[in-house]
Ligand binder design. Structure first.
Ligand SMILES: [Zn+2]
Ligand SMILES: [Zn+2]
Length: 177
């Protein structure tokens, strides 16, 4: 029991001594440093997630007051994504849309994806466009002159699709006129 008493007295001496005051001041100092570091982290994190400088400022103030708790509140309500990720995703979506627009043309007969400059469908060999007689570039149906080599388009023939029933009907009607 004597040991317990001496330990207790030792504690009391410790709390009365200057060592305790130094220890307490050190703890307060580190708490202050940690508080400022947390607020700085909130500022840095908010800057990466929020576009509006006013909102970044408000988030930083929240990181300071109330100390520590403000940072937790900020973490609950912060935007889920970094601005860089959002921008990157938007660029990716744009690239995908462009790629889709590129392959949006389809063969009218077999629905295979074809490109703007294809003369025939590579899948079902349907004639898609007329080629310029001089430079062999694909021509649009309404063009009177080749825009690539200035050659006149001899007979602006309509696009001949493979014999679907409606196309055949139209052609026979024209022949009978
Ligand atoms: Zn086809
Ligand atoms: Zn041409």
């Amino acid at each position: 029991m004597q040991d317990d008493d001496s330990i207790f007295e030792g504690f009391r001496d410790f709390f009365d001594s200057g060592t305790w005051i130094v220890f307490r001041n050190l703890a307060l100092f580190f708490a202050l440093i940690f508080w400022l570091a947390v607020a700085y982290w909130v500022f840095k994190d908010a800057r990466r997630r929020i576009d509006d400088p006013w909102l970044v400022g408000m988030a930083t103030v929240l990181g300071l007051v109330p100390p520590f708790v403000g940072a937790i509140i900020y973490m609950l309500f912060r935007p889920p994504e970094y601005l860089d990720d959002v921008r990157e995703r938007e660029l990716e979506i744009k690239a995908i849309e462009e790629r889709l627009a590129e392959t949006d043309l389809h063969c009218p007969v077999c629905r295979a994806a074809v490109r703007e400059n294809f003369l025939v469908c590579p899948v079902c060999t349907t004639k898609l466009k007329q080629a310029c007689e001089a430079c062999k570039q694909p021509l649009e149906p309404l063009w009177q002159i080749c825009p690539y080599c200035e050659a006149r388009v001899a007979t602006p023939a309509p696009i001949e699709f493979a014999p679907t029933s409606s196309a055949r009907g139209r052609r026979s009607r024209r022949r009978s006129e």
